[in-house]
Design a protein around this ligand. Structure first.
Ligand code: NAP
Ligand code: FE
Length: 366
C-alpha cells in the first residue's frame, strides 16, 4: 500500500449560532486577542458583533485591526504585526473571507516570532503561529480548515503561499453570515470552493480520503450550480456552499491545489479578477487538457452533466466578467506558471509551457 499522511487538527463548530453556543471554547487561548477583519462586511453580516459579544461575556480583552484588503498585501500584514506586538495579544481571531483569515495566519506567525517582519518571513523554515480562531464569512476558500495563507507580494508582483503551516485551532462555520452576500461574491467564492474539489481530485497526491471529500463536495455543488443559475440565493444554498467550501478545504489541506490556481494568481494580480473566477474561467480548457480523461469524466458524471462543454457553459453563465488580456501578457503568465514547480508537481501529467499557454489562449482570447 502507498504511504499516506493525514492531518486535520482544526476543531470545527458548524451551524447557526455556533459562536453564541460554543464560543467559550476559545477561553483557553489567553486573555487578550487581536481581531483581524476586512473593512466592512463583518460589521454588516453580524459576525463581528457575535465575536465582540462573546469576548465581553467571557472577559477577553481585544484590539481590532479592520483594514485587511482583498488579496492581503505584506504591507498591511506588517501594520497588523506592529499593533499585535505592541498590544501583547495572546491569540488571533480572523473574521471574514479568505483574505482576513489568511492574513491572520501570517500575523500570528509574525507576532510569535518577533525577529521576522512581513518582508522576510516567507521562505524561512516552518514557523509556529499564535493560536488562530477562524470565523469564515464567505463559502469559498476553506482556509478555516487549511494550513495555507496566500499573500500578495508587491515587490515580486505576485501572490504566494506564505509556506508555513498554520491550521486554525478552532473554526466557527455559521451560514447566517452569508445570508445577504451579493450574487457576484457568492459566485466567485462558490467557484473557488468547486475548484478546490476538482484540483484536489485531479491531483498527483489524490488519495482515497481526499477523493471521498471531493466526490461528496462535487455532489453537493451540483445542487448549488442549479440554484446559482436560477439566482436562487436562499439559506439552503448558503448551507450547501458552506459545506462545499469546508470539504474543499479538507481536500486541499491534504493534497494541495493544482495548475489553475497557479495560473489564476497571475490574472488576479495583473487584472484584478477575483480569485475563484480567475481559476474557473480556465476550467473548460484545463479539464480538456487531461490526456487521461477517466477522473474528469467522473466529475462530469457526479455533476450529472453531459460533457466538459456543458459545465463550461454553465460556469460562463454565472460568471460575470469583462476584461482584456493580450497574447504577450499570457506568454508572460505562461512562463511564470512553467516555473511554478509546486503547482506543476500536483498536476498528474507532464505539461509543457506551450500547453499552459494554450489553456490561457483558448480560455481568454476567444
Ligand atoms: P475575500 O477577499 O476575503 O473577500 C472578498 C469580498 O467579499 C470583500 O469585499 C469582503 O468584504 C466581502 N465579504 C466577505 N464576507 C462577506 C459576506 N458575508 N457578505 C458580503 N460580503 C462579504 O474573499 P475570499 O474569496 O473569501 O478570499 C480570497 C483570498 O483567499 C484570496 O487571497 C485567495 O488567494 C485566498 N485563498 C486562500 C486559500 C487557503 O487555503 N488559505 C484557498 C483559496 C483561496 P470586506 O473586505 O469588507 O470584508
Ligand atoms: Fe482557491
Amino acid at each position: 500500500m502507498n504511504m499516506l499522511t493525514y492531518e486535520m487538527p482544526t476543531k470545527c463548530y458548524i451551524g447557526t449560532d455556533v459562536i453564541s453556543n460554543f464560543g467559550e471554547v476559545i477561553k483557553k487561548y489567553g486573555d487578550k486577542t487581536l481581531i483581524v477583519t476586512g473593512r466592512n462586511s463583518s460589521k454588516k453580516n453580524g459576525s463581528f458583533d457575535d465575536v465582540k459579544t462573546l469576548l465581553n461575556k467571557i472577559n477577553i480583552d481585544y484590539v481590532v485591526f479592520d483594514s485587511i484588503e482583498e488579496n492581503p498585501s505584506l504591507e498591511t500584514i506588517e501594520k497588523a504585526r506592529i499593533i499585535g506586538i505592541g498590544e501583547g495579544v495572546d491569540f488571533i481571531i480572523g473574521i471574514g473571507g479568505g483574505s482576513p483569515i489568511d492574513a491572520s495566519k501570517a500575523i500570528g506567525i509574525l507576532i510569535k516570532n518577533i525577529k521576522y517582519t512581513a518582508f522576510n518571513f516567507i521562505g524561512e523554515k516552518n514557523l509556529e503561529s499564535l493560536p488562530i480562531i477562524a470565523v469564515p464569512t464567505t463559502a469559498g476558500t476553506g482556509t478555516e480548515v487549511t494550513q495555507y495563507a496566500i499573500v500578495t507580494d508587491n515587490k515580486d508582483k505576485c501572490k504566494k503561499n506564505m509556506g508555513h503551516s498554520v491550521f486554525p485551532k478552532v473554526a466557527f462555520l455559521d451560514p447566517k453570515y452569508m445570508k445577504d452576500m451579493n450574487f457576484d461574491i457568492t459566485v466567485s467564492t462558490a467557484v473557488d470552493a468547486f475548484s478546490h474539489l476538482v484540483e484536489a481530485y485531479l491531483n498527483t497526491n489524490a488519495n482515497f480520503i481526499s477523493d471521498m471529500y471531493c466526490e461528496k463536495g462535487i455532489g453537493i455543488f451540483k445542487k448549488c450550480l442549479i440554484k446559482l443559475i436560477e439566482k436562487e440565493l436562499d439559506m439552503d444554498l448558503r448551507e450547501n456552499l458552506m459545506m462545499v467550501s469546508m470539504l474543499g478545504g479538507f481536500a486541499i489541506a491534504q493534497v494541495g491545489t493544482s495548475i489553475p490556481h497557479g495560473m489564476g494568481y497571475a490574472l488576479t494580480y495583473n487584472k484584478g479578477i477575483s480569485h475563484g473566477v480567475a481559476n474557473c474561467i480556465l476550467y473548460r480548457e484545463y479539464l480538456k487538457c487531461f490526456k487521461n480523461q477517466e477522473k474528469v469524466r467522473k466529475i462530469i458524471d457526479i455533476l450529472e452533466l453531459e460533457s466538459i462543454d456543458t459545465l463550461g457553459n454553465y460556469l460562463d453563465e454565472i460568471i460575470n466578467l469583462d476584461f482584456r488580456v493580450t497574447e504577450e501578457e499570457i506568454r508572460e503568465y505562461s512562463k511564470g506558471m512553467a516555473s511554478n514547480k509546486g503547482k506543476l508537481k500536483n498536476h498528474p501529467e507532464a505539461i509543457t509551457e506551450e500547453e499552459i499557454f494554450n489553456i490561457y489562449k483558448k480560455s481568454l482570447l476567444k
